[in-house]
Design a protein around this ligand. Structure first.
Ligand SMILES: [Ca+2]
Length: 106
C-alpha cells in the first residue's frame, strides 16, 4: 500500500499526543521541550502542543521520518527516508485544514 508509511507515521500521534497532556511529564521549558521515547522524539511548544516529531525507524540514531505540525495540531508536512540512505524519498504536505496538498515519491 503506497501510503502505508504515512499512515504509520500518523499512527505515532496516537502514541505521543497523550504525553502532551500528562501532568507527570517534565515541566515545559520557556522555549518548549523535548520528549523522547524509544525511537520517537517529539518537540513541544511551551503550551504542550506537538510541533515536530522525529522517528528513527531503523535505530541508527538518524531520523527517518520527520513530521511538522500546524498550531492547530494537524500535520503540516511529513518527510520520510524509507530506504535509510539518508535522503528524503517520500513526502506529503498538508493544508491547515488537513487535506493533502502535495504527495510525492522519489
Ligand atoms: Ca534511522
Amino acid at each position: 500500500m503506497r501510503n502505508s508509511w504515512a499512515a504509520r507515521a500518523l499512527g505515532l500521534l496516537a502514541l505521543l499526543l497523550p504525553a502532551a497532556c500528562e501532568k507527570s511529564g517534565p515541566e515545559p521549558a520557556p522555549q518548549g521541550y523535548l520528549f523522547e521515547k524509544g525511537p520517537y522524539q517529539g518537540f513541544y511548544d511551551p503550551n504542550g502542543k506537538l510541533i515536530r516529531l522525529l522517528y528513527d525507524q531503523n535505530g541508527d540514531k538518524k531520523a527517518d521520518v520527520v513530521m511538522l505540525f500546524y498550531p492547530n495540531g494537524k500535520p503540516k508536512q511529513v518527510e520520510a527516508d524509507t530506504d535509510f540512505d539518508g535522503k528524503i524519498d517520500r513526502w506529503q504536505y498538508y493544508t491547515e485544514s488537513g487535506a493533502i496538498e502535495i504527495a510525492n515519491v522519489r
